[in-house]
Design a protein around this ligand. Sequence first.
Ligand code: MLT
Length: 324
Amino acid sequence: MQFKQALAALAGLVFAASAHTQAAWPAKAVTLVVPFAAGGPTDVVARTLAASMSKTLGQTVVVENKLGAGGTVAAGSVAKSPPDGYTFFIHHNGMATSTALYRKLSYDPLNDFEFVSQAVDVPMTMLARKDFPAANLQEMVAYIKANKDKINVATAGLGAVSQLCGMLFQRAIGVQLTEVPFQGTAPAMNALLGGQVDVLCDQTTQTIPQIKAGNVKLYGVTTKNRIKSLPNAPTLAEQGLKDFEVVVWHGIYAPKGTPKPIIERMNAAVRAALKDPDVAKRMEDLGAEIVPDSKLSPEGLQSWLKSEIDKWGPIIKAGGKFAD
Ligand code: MLT
């Protein structure tokens, strides 16, 4: 009896301690890991959200860029981080596509993370360097086909959406080009601006300013329909690349075991950020669309990730491109 009472008292103490930790959370800065280079599209979304979330949480949300292997280095590192509520992770479609692209991953996207929320969807744009000798998509494709040994495509590595889009584009036009991997599309864009690479498919969150400044050539958007932020840009599908569609979605995760009350507070902070007029304006200017409420729950992200793994797996495997 005495033993049982002692056990109950101990359990009470543990519960009180953990409730106290959670009530006090966040007691210090919270890290949001970005799996690509600073200044790129994932980083832009992360920093825009982090600035607003810092206000809601009363502590700074610090963005940390952890680079390598198309986002899989960061995902593996976050999966092994302590589930104490101070490490979070933002990633896009790569969380799903990497399961098909890599023979072995050091983490399981569906079982090694807690799910916080989705945030924004972002269209992609098919670009070439400014002096690329083609005025429209038809000419671009013809030029690539005639010069396929000389043309290269910049990507942010296997697992990046730039690589996914580039791969689908090559498949759609029936060529295989040299892919040049960078640690994010920020350095890839610099290479495109400098004329060291020829083609880049990248998100509007990075490309709109360069397109508007006339620093790159735009050949179309990867969405099903034309987009508000680039109303004159035709879709790739309407120009003959039948059913070509890539939309980038973003999810926020935490290491498995992060306490539920913390996940709920983080979820509320993401929702508040997406309602912040400064965030909404910045996202709109960059062509990003805030996702509907149904995608903002942890369960919404979890089931979305599962459906994306199921969707992309067979498409990627059909291309036969794998890494160890
Ligand atoms: C990608 O290509 O997957 C990302 O846009 C890379 C990045 O955010 O730099």
